[in-house]
Design a protein around this ligand. Structure first.
Ligand SMILES: *Cc1c(COP(=O)(O)O)cnc(C)c1O
Length: 463
């Protein structure tokens, strides 16, 4: 070990490996716009170089970094470029990438104040800023997790804990078997991760009560079943396909009267609340009890940065119950109280940096421009004879041409062009092309290029 330690100390001392990493990073940043958005065949083939048994002797850091640069980098997806429209993946605000870089060197464990005062401080500040940005109650607390999947799990766990507690049942002590029955009411277009969270919490798909949705995939308030104080109601800010928002005001008013717990999956759509142009989509969402949202989507924080917000800190903390003789709680924020994890990286550092770098004005402008670019794409494609299948209320565009077969051919051709990348989905049983405008970098000129590319692909298949 003495030898190995000496080598590692030398690596830390000379900084050569960090210079090398910096040079490769700069090279990536400078070229990400020029390369294909999705890696080409050669790049994918190149990944085979990593299929080796674990080496017995230590591998030099120079070799490790050059392997990543030569074979790893070409096989990345150019998500930080201007024309990546897949899933709902945001770009990354430069100041936040820099902050993440620096904090990687710090390698903080954000579990407790005593493990990382700086992480604790920036989580506290982020909590305050988010509350202001979203206009949520003063009591609202946050937990920082990997993404909305986990944030939803936390919000629903808090709701399950509290509803059972109200019914005189302590789920932490007595478990689920024999507990009073909790109903789950959910929209027909809920995201798949909500079902995952529910199943982890002991609710199966066959037990749920489904509420039908309108033409754009928003819940029909009129079709809501009778709610009561044993109901978990799950709403959505941003349908993953169409971008539609549930009618929060009407539904939340009913829910509050009944004593139900309302959770909102706002993975990318909750940010609509931070822009004047889209705020109205979210009226009434503040009446919910808990929310999940991703900073790594619409806010353009680096991956991975999910947030659970809960109006009732006690419910969240109790549901994430944490104890142990060696746990040292402080007067300051102890992040592990609000999440399922104990040790955690300091993602509050980049969350804070992203919000500070944009400012509330910048967040407003960025969200607005994502939506404007989505509308522009819809217009340009309509003019070119494409069918736009959704009402573009936010940043999502669903596109179709003629039939399923032609639509899928156009999708494949567009994906292989390297000019842009987007995915496909199903909408009302049909195949659609799904574009999510989610990067701060995308300009109206990029949107024009994208529209041209769609036109080109269409012409190949439809003479
Ligand atoms: C992306 C998304 C999720 C899942 O979020 P992750 O950050 O990938 O865990 C959940 N719901 C909706 C509506 C989404 O768009």
């Amino acid at each position: 070990m003495k030898d190995l330690r000496r080598r590692m100390m030398n690596a830390l001392g000379s900084k050569e490996l960090f210079e090398q990493a910096k040079n490769y990073s700069y090279h990536y940043m400078d070229n990400v716009q020029e390369r294909d958005v999705f890696p080409d065949m050669e790049a994918l083939e190149g990944l085979k170089i990593f299929d080796t048994p674990l080496n017995k002797e230590p591998l030099g850091s120079d070799r490790i970094l050059s392997l990543l640069h030569e074979y790893g980098s070409p096989a990345t997806v150019a998500q930080t470029g201007r024309r990546y429209f897949g899933f709902v993946n945001g770009g990354a605000v430069p100041a936040a990438v820099g902050a993440k870089w620096l904090s990687d060197v710090w390698d903080q464990n954000a579990g407790l104040y005593v493990i990382s005062p700086i992480s604790s401080k920036l989580e506290s500040v982020s909590e305050k800023w988010l509350k202001e940005l979203f206009g949520f109650d003063e009591s609202t607390c946050i937990g920082l997790v990997g993404g909305t999947s986990t944030a939803t799990l936390c919000g629903l766990a808090a709701g399950r804990y509290q509803l059972l507690k109200n019914a005189g049942w302590d789920v932490n002590m007595d478990g689920l078997a024999g507990a009073p029955k909790i109903r789950v009411v959910i929209g027909e277009h809920a995201h798949s991760t909500v079902y995952k969270a529910l199943s982890l919490l002991g609710f199966g798909k066959n037990q749920l009560e489904y509420v039908p949705v309108d033409d754009n995939g928003a819940m029909l308030a009129d079709s809501l079943p009778e709610l009561d104080e044993r109901t978990l109601l799950i709403l959505q800010a941003g349908n993953v396909n169409s971008g539609a928002f549930d009618p929060f005001e009407e539904i939340c008013d009913k829910a509050k009267k009944s004593g139900a717990w309302v959770h909102v999956d706002g993975a990318f759509g909750l940010w609509a609340r931070a822009a004047k142009s889209t705020f109205d989509l979210t009226i009434g969402v503040e009446k919910a009890d808990s929310w999940s949202v991703d900073a790594h989507k619409t806010l353009n924080a680096p991956y991975d940065c999910g947030i659970v917000l809960c109006k009732h800190p006690d419910s969240l903390i109790k549901s994430m119950q944490m104890s142990g003789d060696y746990i040292i709680l402080s007067e300051e924020r102890d992040g592990m109280l609000y999440t399922p994890e104990m040790s955690r990286r300091g993602r509050g550092i980049e969350l804070w940096a992203t919000m500070a770098a944009l400012g509330s004005d910048g967040i407003d402008k960025m969200v607005t421009s994502l939506c404007e670019n989505a509308s522009l794409l819809g217009e340009l494609l309509s003019e070119n004879g494409f069918e736009i299948c959704n009402d573009i209320v936010f940043n999502q565009v669903l596109i179709r041409y003629k039939d399923n077969e032609t639509t899928l051919k156009i999708l494949k051709s567009v994906q292989e062009s390297g000019v842009l990348w987007c995915g496909g989905s199903k909408w009302k049983g049909d195949d659609v092309i799904r574009v999510s405008v989610c990067s701060w970098m995308t300009t109206p000129e990029d949107i024009a290029l994208v529209a041209e590319e769609f036109k080109r692909a269409k012409q190949i298949f439809c003479k």
